[in-house]
Design a protein around this ligand. Structure first.
Ligand code: DGL
Length: 277
C-alpha cells in the first residue's frame, strides 16, 4: 500500500481525458493533476522548450510526493519522456509506448495511422516505437491535426466547422487502407465521434485508455509490494499555471463529472536550480 498521489501532467486540459481512464481503473487513489494552461499549446514549440517545461512539471509533481507520474500529453511524452525518467525516482508512464503496443496488437493488415500535434508528428516517436515493438514490418502513416485541440476545448465535436476540418485532415487516410488509427494527442478522444464518422472502418486508439491499463499494472504487480491505495472515492486536486473561467466546464466535459476549483501555481521556479514554489 502506498497512500501517495499519482501525478498527472499535461500541457493543459487534454490530459483530463487520460485522468478519466485512470480514475475508472484506479478509483481508490489520490490524484494530482497539473495542467500548464499558461503555456499551452506545447504542440508547436521547440524540443528544448518542451523538455524544459516537462522537467519543471516533473519536479513539481515529485515535490507533491507523487508515487507515479503519468505524462498525459503526447507532445511531452514524444520529446521529453527520457528526460522525465532521468529526473524521477518514481516510475513515469508516457502516452507513446502504451498506445503503440495497442496499435501493434490490434492492427490486422499492418497499416497504422497516427494523428497528433506537429511536434509529436515531427519527432517520429510513434513510427519509431511502433516499428521497434513489432517483429513484422508495419507501415505507419502520420498527419498532424493541430486545429483539433481548440475544437475539443470549445466542445465543437458536432459542429459543421469541425466536420469540415476533420475531412480535410483525415482525407489522406482513405487511400492508405489503415485499419487502426492512434489518436496521438490527449485532446482528440473528445472528437472520437467526429473522427469515427470520417473513418468508419478504422479502429481508433485512445492513448489514455492504454496508459491507464499500464498504470494499473505497474501499481499492482510491478513491485514486490503493490503500490495502490484504498480511498473510498478518487481524491483529485487540480493545479493550473493559469486559471480560466472555462476550466470547470471543460473539465466536466472531459471527465464526465464535476470537479473542485483548481489552484493556480507557477512552474518557473522548478527549473534546474530551484525546487520551491
Ligand atoms: N495535450 C497535447 C498532446 O497530447 C496537445 C495540446 C498541446 O499542443 O499542448 O499532445
Amino acid at each position: 500500500m502506498n497512500s501517495n498521489p499519482i501525478g498527472v501532467f499535461d500541457s493543459g486540459v487534454g490530459g483530463l481525458s487520460v485522468l478519466r481512464h485512470l480514475v475508472r481503473l484506479l478509483p481508490n487513489e489520490e490524484y494530482i493533476y497539473l495542467g500548464d494552461t499558461a503555456r499551452v499549446p506545447y504542440g508547436n514549440k521547440s524540443e528544448e522548450t518542451i523538455i524544459e517545461y516537462t522537467e519543471q512539471a516533473v519536479r513539481f509533481l515529485l515535490q507533491k510526493g507523487a508515487k507515479l507520474i503519468v505524462i498525459a500529453c503526447n507532445t511531452a511524452s514524444a520529446l521529453a519522456l527520457k528526460q522525465a525518467e532521468l529526473l524521477s525516482p518514481v516510475p513515469v508512464i508516457g502516452m507513446i509506448i502504451p498506445a503503440s503496443h495497442a496499435a501493434v496488437r490490434l492492427t490486422q493488415n499492418g497499416k497504422i495511422g497516427v494523428i497528433g500535434t506537429r511536434a509529436t508528428m515531427n519527432s517520429n516517436a510513434y513510427p519509431t516505437t511502433i516499428q521497434h515493438l513489432s517483429e513484422k514490418t508495419l507501415i505507419v502513416f502520420s498527419n498532424p491535426c493541430p486545429l483539433f485541440v481548440p475544437l475539443a476545448e470549445e466542445g465543437f465535436h458536432n459542429h459543421p466547422a469541425a466536420q469540415l476540418i476533420a475531412s480535410e485532415y483525415l482525407a489522406g487516410f482513405h487511400t492508405t487502407n489503415v485499419d487502426t488509427l492512434v489518436m496521438g494527442c490527449t485532446h482528440y478522444p473528445l472528437l472520437t465521434s467526429l473522427i469515427a464518422h470520417e473513418l468508419p472502418e478504422v479502429r481508433l486508439i485512445d492513448c489514455g485508455e492504454y496508459a491507464a491499463i499500464e498504470a494499473e499494472r505497474l501499481l499492482n504487480y510491478d513491485r514486490n509490494e503493490p503500490m495502490i491505495h484504498q480511498y473510498s472515492s478518487p481524491q483529485i486536486t487540480f493545479f493550473l499555471t493559469d486559471t480560466t473561467t472555462t476550466f470547470l466546464e471543460i473539465a466536466e466535459r472531459f471527465l464526465g463529472f464535476s470537479v473542485s476549483l483548481p489552484e493556480r501555481i507557477s512552474l518557473e521556479h522548478f527549473g534546474n536550480t530551484g525546487n520551491s514554489i
